[in-house]
Design a protein. Structure first.
Length: 257
């Protein structure tokens, strides 16, 4: 089924989201670069799930609310988003920054969350696994670090920029800085509350991730001992793009068992 555009007001923030498919609800929380288009993995998942892809507050076509100050604000916002749309037992799939948001949501309230799929999430630190400084990397270097197979980087870099895409990129970057500048890409208080996550968790990581090194995956598994850990070889920071078929099969197997 094709994706359609929608908007909903949550806590005074007009929020844009795309929706497609049928089945149990699956909410995909995007990373720092946003979700400007429907990607093949979303369409694949929509054959099994009712897939919703919102633009976070301050990203994409969503408003920049005055109340948005930190990652905790986003967590409470998304709990309200699930309630507003009356989503129950949702599979929450979060990539990078979105995975961090998913964890922050789940330590607070899992009443409407059925399971979590954390895809190379930010949010915690691990000794010997230093994240890339996404705020200092030039744009081309950043794109190249996202992927192990550089054909995906070349394809992304070949997309022509427009005034609109430049404006959205700046908007996204500004909001990412508000949420993750200091401390860089993690919440020092999150680890002590991860034990509150009481739904099934699947951790997915690219073995060659050059944004958030795979050592962070092992630390997250230590903190969430009941979670399953899936490390995909020959894969960078975006398994849903670089290993789309394997990623979608993993999500379906995990969420539908």
């Amino acid at each position: 089924m094709p994706f359609t555009d929608h908007s909903v007001s949550v806590h005074g923030c007009k929020t844009h989201y795309r929706r497609g498919g049928k089945g149990a609800p699956l909410v995909f929380l995007h990373g720092a670069s946003g979700a400007p288009v429907v990607l093949p993995f979303m369409e694949k998942l929509a054959t099994r799930f009712d897939v919703l892809v919102p633009d976070h507050p301050g990203y994409g076509q969503s408003d920049e609310p005055e109340w948005l100050e930190n990652i905790h604000d986003v967590a409470y916002f998304y709990l309200d988003f699930l309630q507003k749309l009356d989503l129950k037992g949702a599979v929450v799939v979060g990539s990078s920054m979105g995975g961090w948001m998913a964890m922050e949501m789940a330590v607070r309230n899992t009443a409407r969350i059925g399971s979590l799929v954390l895809v190379s999430p930010a949010g915690i630190r691990a000794d010997g696994a230093e994240p890339a400084d996404i705020f200092l990397l030039p744009q081309e270097a950043m794109v190249r670090r996202l992927f192990h197979d550089q054909k995906y980087a070349e394809a992304r870099l070949a997309i022509p920029e427009t005034p609109e895409s430049i404006d959205l990129a700046l908007k996204n970057r500004h909001t990412t800085a508000r949420l993750a500048w200091e401390p860089r890409l993690h919440d020092p208080h999150l680890t002590k509350w991860l034990h509150r996550i009481d739904v099934p968790v699947s951790i997915v990581w690219g073995a060659q991730d050059r944004i958030l090194p795979v050592g962070i995956a092992h630390e997250l598994k230590r903190l969430l001992p009941k979670a399953e850990l899936n490390i995909l070889e020959r894969c960078g920071h975006l398994p849903q793009v670089e290993k789309m078929e394997e990623f979608c099969e993993l999500v379906v197997r995990f969420a539908c068992r």
